[in-house]
Design a protein around this ligand. Sequence first.
Ligand SMILES: Cc1cc2nc3c(=O)[nH]c(=O)nc-3n(C[C@H](O)[C@H](O)[C@H](O)COP(=O)(O)OP(=O)(O)OC[C@H]3O[C@@H](n4cnc5c(N)ncnc54)[C@H](O)[C@@H]3O)c2cc1C
Length: 402
Amino acid sequence: MDLSFSKEDEAFRQEVRQFIAENYTDDIRAKSARSKHGYLDKESHVTWQKRLAKKGWLAPNWPTEYGGPGFTHSQKYIFDVEMGRAGVPHTIPFGPTMVAPVIMKFGTPEQKKKFLPDILETNVLWCQGYSEPGAGSDLASLQTKAEDKGDHYLVNGSKIWTSVAQWADWIFCLVRTSNEGKRQEGISFLLIDMKTPGVQVEPLVLLDGTPGPHQEVNQVFFTDVKVPKENLVGEENKGWTCAKYLLEFERGNPYSAGLTKAIQKVKKIAKDQKVGDHTLADEPEFRAKVADLETQITAMEFTELRIFSALSTGGNVGPESSMLKCRGTELQQAVSELAVEALGSYVQPFVEDGMIDTNEPNVGPDYAMTVAPYYFSLRKASIYAGSNEVQRNIMAKAVLGL
Ligand SMILES: Cc1cc2nc3c(=O)[nH]c(=O)nc-3n(C[C@H](O)[C@H](O)[C@H](O)COP(=O)(O)OP(=O)(O)OC[C@H]3O[C@@H](n4cnc5c(N)ncnc54)[C@H](O)[C@@H]3O)c2cc1C
C-alpha cells in the first residue's frame, strides 16, 4: 500500500495550513481557551463558519452541484487531519452535516432552493428534534404529534436534550402523524421555524452548573404550532427512512485527527510532571499506556481511511457509522482519562468559566483547569447520537449479520 501523498496533495495541505493560520485568529482561540469545555459563543462560531464558507470549505462532503468543494478522498483526509491537528472549532453539525443530506436526497426542489444555500453560508442555524422525554434509544415510541389541518400541521409535544436550540433558527423534527400499524410507519420528518408562535426553549441545568455562558442542551416545547405542509420532507408517514439516513451522517465522522491532538497533549502534561529525578513521561508504566492508546488511534485512523475511501463524494457511510461512533467516543474518553491521571493532584474537578480568566495565579500549570471539566463533559459522548450500547446492537445486526 502506497501511503505517500502526491505533489498536488502536499500543495493542498499547505493551502489548508495557510487558511488556518489566517483565519483561526487569536480572538477565537482565546475565547475557546477561556472556556472550561473549549466551547465558543454563538458569534464566534458563526464568524468561524462564515470564514470557512467564504473559502468554500464549510461542507467538505457536499456534492459540487450543491456548492461542495469537490475534494478528492486524499484532500478530504488531509483537510480533516489538518483541521483536527490545529484544534479548530467544530462546525455545528445540525445544518451542514445532518439535515442538508436529507434535504438533498428526499427534499423537493423548492426545499433545496430555500434551505441549502443558507445552510452553506451559515445564515441559519439548525437543531435536532429527535429525542423526547419518553423516547431516546427507543426513538420510534416518540409522541410529539402533528395533526393534519388541511394546509398545515398542528404540532403539540416536546423534544429533549436539544443541543444549541437556544441559538437555532430552525429545528428538524420527527413527529407522529399516524397511530395506525407499525410505530415506525406513523412518523414524519418536519422542518419547523423556531420563531413560530408556540415554540418555547427551556435550558436544561447540568450537574456542572451549565447553563452559564455555555448553555448546551434544552427542552423544546410545541404548543399548537402551525407548520405549513410545504415543510414536510419526503412523504407523510415515511419519515423513519429520512431519520435513519440522517443518523448515518450524525455518527459517521472521523475522530482520529482530534484524538492524535489529544494524546499529544497528554504527552506534554506527562513531560511537565516531575517524578523524583525524572518525569512521568519517562515512567515505563505510563509510556505503555500512551503507546497502547496511540496504537488504537492509529487503528482508528486506518479504519476511517478504509471506510471513507470506499465512498464516492456525497455518499454515506451506512451502518459502519456505528463502528466509528463507538470506537471514536470510547477513545476520546480513554484519552481524557489518561490526561486526568497524568495531571494527578493538579486536577481541578469544579471549575467555573470565570475562574479561568482571573488575575489570580493558577494552582498548577495553565492547562490544568480544563482537563477535568473536559473529562467529565466527555462522559456524554457515549450517550449522544445514540448510546454506544445501541450502536453495538446495530453493528451486530446490520454489519455482522448476527
Ligand atoms: C449531551 C447530549 C446532547 C444531545 N443532543 C441531542 C439533540 O440535539 N437532539 C436530540 O434529538 N437528542 C439529543 N440527545 C439525546 C440522545 O440522542 C439520547 O440521550 C440517546 O439516544 C439515549 O436516549 P435516552 O437518553 O433516552 O436513554 P435511554 O434510551 O433511556 O437509555 C438508557 C440506558 O439504557 C441503554 N439501552 C437502551 N436501550 C437499549 C438496548 N436496546 N440495548 C442495550 N442497552 C440499551 C442505553 O444504552 C442507556 O445506557 C443528546 C444527548 C446528550 C447526552
